[in-house]
Design a protein. Structure first.
Length: 512
């Protein structure tokens, strides 16, 4: 079977549509930053490539530190004006933005495919979750802000590349709805065009948005430490998050810091193996490049043979490849579980970690082949990594204790409940976990001892939408919890003695 790129889905097609929809933001040869209410042709251009096939994309306009400080000061001026805008007007402008995002839903999704490698189904879902989630807040915001006021300064958003719409744009629009100006830094690894288009649509409706690009080291002084910033919202890894946490702790600044953790799926006295098989394939969505992915399975040794019989068909059914490759021009885009990793360097790094773990004693239970993927003839496949499953990675391997952020599962065998809990808590906190057990009493007894914010009973947990709360235990989260009403509370002010639910240096408060 020889595949072709589906007509109308090329990067050049997507770029031309962006130029037509938002010519103020997309020029023939570059994307602009947006600050001080204007599109700015500034920044040092950094070439970028698509993880899909290694082809060139729009260059990233990296702002310098001095310009970033000017952007933050301008955002404060916007913030002072916006916080006085009546709620009804804010709702109308956010709703108009959502209508515009809906109108250009497929273009936003196509940009996500090229820029961060999401399969078409997942790219559309990312856009839809942003739109639908913010519409819920528009309907509910009146009660959420009653008795509350916007923050003293704008909210600064620094987010990872994997969910530009459903995490970053969603947060920005809710923050603006609550009365704040918002600043966002484009993730260096991907999402530039998608975020630029979304920002252009929001700016047209008069929302106080700022979008700048640049390196974390260059911009952190302005986007994290500047006195004008009212809150820092961060989504990313523990190393970068730790540096942000140290800065905001020193300054006593409002913050929301979501960091990685090794989310674990425990199996103890469990027999519903057909259901598990169905879950396994779904855990590989977007190559496990998600904060709520499950890369670690902790399995009761005496049932390991049954677990493996259920697990292997699930992982063997996983499909991957070029997200826009079809057999015939009129075919629908393929229903893939994942496309590439975010870049070739990440694929190589993870492949090297797998090889090293095997050389030190890990047992490869499944090792997919690149030949199993769906690709165009002669296509660059350097950013793709087939699914891998390792038994008992050595304790010296990063795969033993850290989130791989790629399609690599590690299995650990245990004999006692104490070992089960220790292995599930290996990363000092996680966002989600699952305990698969037939006995509700066992789940009720063990699940509180698992250091994850959400624990599923024999099924996966997700970040959640609308009213569902979200946070993390241990080192996986710092600052205010979010989700539902808590997201609005995190970016507004209440009574002087208010203690926000969250994980702070001097206290931890679980939502009631």
């Amino acid at each position: 079977m020889t595949l072709i790129l589906k007509p109308g889905t090329a990067w050049t097609d997507a770029w031309q549509r962006c130029v037509e929809v938002a010519p103020e933001a997309f020029h023939d040869d570059r994307v602009l930053n947006y600050w001080n209410g204007r599109w700015q042709a500034d920044g040092r251009l950094l070439p970028t490539t698509s993880p899909v096939d290694g082809s060139p994309l729009a260059a990233l306009p990296r702002l310098d530190a001095a310009s970033a400080h000017l952007a933050v000061r301008a955002s404060l001026d916007q913030h002072k004006a916006w916080r006085e805008v009546p709620l009804a007007d804010r709702k109308a402008r956010v709703s108009a933005t959502l209508d515009a995002l809906t109108e250009h839903r497929e273009l936003l999704a196509l940009l996500l495919v090229w820029e961060i490698g999401k399969p078409w189904r997942l790219a559309q879902a990312d856009v839809d979750r942003a739109i639908d989630g913010v519409r819920w807040y528009v309907d509910e915001i009146d009660r959420m802000v009653e008795g509350r006021t916007p923050l003293p300064g704008p909210v600064s958003n620094i987010a990872s590349w994997n969910y530009p719409m459903s995490v970053l744009v969603h947060a920005m629009l809710v923050q603006a709805l609550a009365g704040n100006a918002v600043i966002a830094k484009t993730p260096t690894d991907g999402g530039l065009a998608c975020l630029t288009l979304a920002t252009a649509l929001a700016a047209r409706e008069g929302l106080p948005v700022t979008l700048v690009s640049g390196g974390g080291g260059e911009l952190s002084e302005a986007l994290v430490r500047a006195p004008e910033i009212g809150c820092v919202s961060f989504v990313g890894g523990r190393d970068a998050g730790g540096r942000v946490a140290a800065s905001v702790a020193d300054l006593g600044k409002r913050h929301i810091l979501e960091q990685e953790g090794l989310n674990a799926w425990g199996v103890w006295n469990y027999t519903d193996w057909p259901t598990l098989t169905g879950h396994i394939r779904k855990t590989f969505d977007y190559a496990k490049q998600r904060c709520t992915a499950y890369p670690r399975f902790v399995v009761q040794r005496e049932t390991f043979d049954q677990f493996l019989t259920a697990y292997l068909p699930g992982v063997q059914a996983v499909t991957f490849g070029h997200p826009l490759a079809v057999e015939h021009p009129d075919d629908d885009l393929p229903e893939l579980d994942f496309g590439p990793l975010i870049n070739a360097a990440k694929a190589k790094e993870l492949g090297d970690l797998v090889s090293e773990a095997i050389s030190r004693g890990a047992v490869p239970l499944h090792h997919g082949s690149i030949a199993q993927g769906r690709f165009l003839p002669g296509q660059d496949t350097s950013a793709y990594l087939p699914p891998v499953t390792l038994l008992n990675p050595p304790s010296t391997s990063p795969l033993h204790h850290a989130e791989p952020f790629g399609p690599v599962d590690t299995l650990v065998l245990v004999d006692t409940e104490a070992e089960l809990l220790a292995a599930m808590n290996a990363s000092n906190g996680a966002l989600v976990a699952t305990l698969a057990t037939d006995d509700p009493e066992t789940f009720a007894r063990l699940s509180p001892q698992i250091r994850a914010f959400k624990v599923g009973h024999s099924k996966p947990r997700s970040r959640g939408d609308r009213e569902e709360l979200f946070g993390g235990f241990g080192a996986s989260w710092r600052g205010a919890f979010v989700g539902g009403e808590l997201l609005v509370r995190a970016v507004t002010q209440g009574a002087a003695d208010e203690r926000l639910p969250g994980n702070f240096p001097d206290y931890r408060l679980q939502p009631s």
